[in-house]
Design a protein around this ligand. Structure first.
Ligand code: ZN
Length: 98
């Protein structure tokens, strides 16, 4: 009986609702930004606004992964940390080129 409860708790631990929400928001932010950039010529100001909102999403994601659970790392976050830092790295390179 205790075993069932425990394994449920462990399965739940690997899924973090807050993390999923943050990832979804980040994803839609990136997708929107891509669509906007594709659909028209942006002014420098408009583009930097887009970039800023993308960075905000990355910051929120990294913050949650590192300390989102009462100051402790997100238990669901092992792989997304790699993905997030790679993405941030790409953005930084893109920003440096532009
Ligand atoms: Zn979490």
């Amino acid at each position: 009986m205790g075993g069932v409860v425990n394994s449920r708790a462990m399965a739940a631990k690997l899924q973090c609702e807050a993390l999923n929400r943050i990832l979804q928001e980040a994803d839609s932010t990136f997708r929107e930004a891509r669509e906007i950039r594709r659909s028209k010529d942006l002014s420098f100001y408009e583009d930097s606004e887009l970039t800023r909102s993308e960075h905000k999403r990355i910051d929120a994601l990294v913050k949650h992964l590192l300390s989102g659970h009462e100051g402790r790392p997100c238990p669901a976050g092992e792989r997304p940390i790699v993905g997030a830092s790679k993405r941030a790295e790409l953005l930084r390179k893109k920003a440096a080129v532009a």
